[in-house]
Design a protein around this ligand. Structure first.
Ligand code: NCD
Length: 325
């Protein structure tokens, strides 16, 4: 990667606006490669990427593995449920053991915030750490793929100078526990979007100072219905029930009533609005069972497709020699 990136991708605020834009511009090339009959290039031949997921995942883990394979890297994968972590081995011993097999990059997901940074301190100098989601804190590739998807919906591609200038994004739901929300706000504001966080007061973080990348204020609202007609992007988030130590909402039924995207609320959504969800989606909670399926601006599966290309761009910029082929 260019000088400012360093060796790792841990959080978007560490790579800055220029780093985010460089990755998104590079993603255009991998979107094109993924549309070829044989979506594979030799760029990372001889490199080995290991996914280390200490927490459940479908999309992120498979997407990183697909990305590494399409760049011709070898892949290895460790899931906690079938590893020696279950026998009491520490994260550090596990990492050092796998590193000894010859690894160029680890993709790490952990339920505790900060673990990817710790691991970055333990590995050898040539090894890259990519954060696949740490606790409530950060999920940089999700922020990148979400912002890429919005650029693509607006302009067809990210282009040389990706921008979301003039776009109003409403991030809706459990902001407090969401690492996606934090990385999305960084990525969207880096590209000039206006972001409003929408949800019940109990699911808002104590402060959002410092969340934006451009120093802009991130607004907070508890009134979804009055904002929906203004939003260019309706960005839904999952209620992170597994992260709620106590009852922060009176009941799921009440949440659905006030913040769930149901048929009535869909009539307030602009016909040209983009609707996103990082997945996994809890149909019947943040969104009614079938309302997304009929809306032309729903890009949920586009996000998944773009996720592979974004992760190819990140792996290529961190590990590659500069030649895509
Ligand atoms: C998210 C995550 O794990 O942070 N999922 C994902 O990576 N696509 C969001 C979530 O779990 O709600």
């Amino acid at each position: 990667m260019s000088a400012d990136f360093g060796r790792h991708l841990l959080a978007l605020n560490e790579i800055g606006v220029d780093g985010i834009k460089e990755i998104l511009s590079m993603t255009d090339r991998f979107v094109e490669i993924n549309e070829r009959p044989i979506p594979k290039v030799p760029a990372l031949r001889g490199k080995t990427v290991c996914t280390m997921f200490f927490e459940d995942s479908t999309r992120t883990k498979l997407s990183f593995e697909a990305a590494a394979k399409r760049l011709s890297a070898d892949t290895m994968s460790m899931s906690v449920s079938s590893s020696s972590v279950k026998k009491g081995e520490s994260v550090r011993d596990t990492i050092e053991t796998i590193q000894a097999m010859g690894i160029d990059a680890f993709v790490v997901r952990h339920k505790s915030s900060g673990v990817p940074w710790q691991i970055a301190n333990w590995v050898d100098d040539h090894v890259s750490i990519l954060n696949g989601g740490d606790g409530w804190h950060s999920h940089p590739t999700q922020g990148l793929l979400d912002s890429y998807t919005l650029c693509q919906a607006r302009d067809g591609e990210a282009g040389e100078n990706p921008s979301l200038d003039g776009v109003h994004v409403g991030l809706i739901g459990d902001i407090k526990h969401s690492r996606v929300a934090r990385s999305d706000v960084e990525a969207f504001t880096a590209l000039g979007a206006k972001v409003t966080l929408i949800g019940p007061p109990t699911l808002m973080p104590p402060s959002v100072v410092g969340w934006s990348m451009d120093g802009s204020t991130v607004d907070i609202s508890h009134d979804l219905d009055s904002l929906l007609p203004e939003l260019d992007v309706v960005a839904l988030l999952r209620i992170q029930r597994e992260r709620m130590g106590q009852a922060l909402i009176p009941s799921i039924g009440e949440y659905v009533e006030t913040f769930g995207l149901n048929r009535n609320r869909m009539s307030l959504v602009r016909p040209d609005a983009i609707i996103t969800h990082p997945g996994p989606m809890n149909r019947g909670v943040e969104v009614s069972v079938d309302v997304l399926d009929g809306h032309p601006g729903t890009v949920v599966l586009r996000q998944v497709t773009n996720g592979v290309a974004v992760r190819m761009a990140v792996l290529f910029l961190l590990l590659g020699s500069g030649v895509v082929s």
